[in-house]
Write a protein that binds this ligand. Structure first.
Ligand SMILES: [Zn+2]
Length: 286
């Protein structure tokens, strides 16, 4: 005997959720049937409201109820540091540490050819616009840009180099910052060695030295890749480094990634070999 069509459809829908197998989907479907009509109506209403009211921040793609999220609106946040994460849940994880005072950019996934996810499916184009906007004194990176258009432009090829931008970036105009590494007070080595998972963005010295006259007196920008060290993560970081370098802002952009290695409290003999190798590579001076 098979399930009636309506029940089979319900099971199938639950089965589509990530991490839900056929058995769990079946249990969830039966649970729905057991609930009262009011309870199910309430559930449907909550899903509908969440879908209607939750938006994506136009700058960083965090989830929020407004067009710009609280983090991007917060003037105390260091806009010269952008932490690039895969999903909103990663942003939340970093926020929970209360150590990071920069801003974020949510990619919405990782490049994964096997799953059919290419760079065009991610929020990479808006990130590049945002980086350019930083040096154009347009903190949102939205100058002349139709955000909706950007979002829907899944088929846009990545901007190799923006001609307009490139033409302005000539040797005469360029006034390299005294801090050629673009670290301006954010001591990356120090951060790496910190046991407290200190993330950059906390340093007041890094705060604004804005000069509307000259884009190259704009704060250097630090990009922190907080992306899982998986095959997809590595491919995404490599790709991002490549397209960001094409912007030819190397002197003004510092790129870093979270160190990988042993989790706090871990036993060395329980760690796998690759983790130990990576931890050795990322060893810090005492
Ligand atoms: Zn935001």
């Amino acid at each position: 005997m098979e399930y009636t069509k309506a029940l089979a459809d319900l099971i199938e829908e639950f089965n589509k959720f990530p991490g839900v197998g056929p058995k769990s989907a079946q249990r969830m479907a039966f649970s729905v049937l057991k609930k009262s009509t009011e309870q199910n109506q309430k559930f449907i209403e909550i899903v509908r409201r969440a879908k209607n009211e939750i938006k994506q921040c136009e700058i960083c793609f965090n989830l929020c109820s407004d067009t710009i999220c609280e983090i991007c609106q917060d003037s105390r946040r260091n806009k010269s540091i952008i932490c690039i994460v895969e999903e909103v849940k990663d942003l939340i994880a970093i926020e929970k540490t209360k150590e990071f005072r920069g801003t974020y950019h949510v990619l919405g996934g990782l490049i994964s050819p096997l799953d059919g996810i290419s760079s065009a499916d991610l929020n990479i184009e808006p990130l590049l616009e945002r980086i350019k906007g930083h040096f154009d004194n347009d903190p949102r990176g939205l100058a002349g840009t139709d955000i909706q258009g950007l979002r829907s432009s899944k088929n846009l090829s990545l901007p190799g180099v923006n001609d307009d931008f490139e033409s302005k970036h000539n040797a005469e105009d360029s006034q390299p910052n005294n801090d050629s590494r673009g670290l301006a007070g954010a001591d990356i080595q120090g951060l790496r060695s910190s046991k407290n998972l200190s993330l950059p963005g906390v340093n007041d010295d890094f705060e604004s030295k804005h000069n509307a006259e000259d884009r190259f007196l704009q704060d250097p920008l630090e990009l922190v890749f907080a992306i899982s060290p998986s095959t997809e993560g590595e491919a995404t970081i490599l790709y991002l480094k490549k397209v960001i370098k094409r912007l030819e802002l190397d002197d003004n952009i510092q790129m870093s990634r979270l160190a990988y290695g042993l989790p706090l409290g871990a036993d060395l003999d329980y760690a796998d070999e690759l983790t130990i190798v990576k931890a050795l590579e990322a060893r810090v001076k005492l």
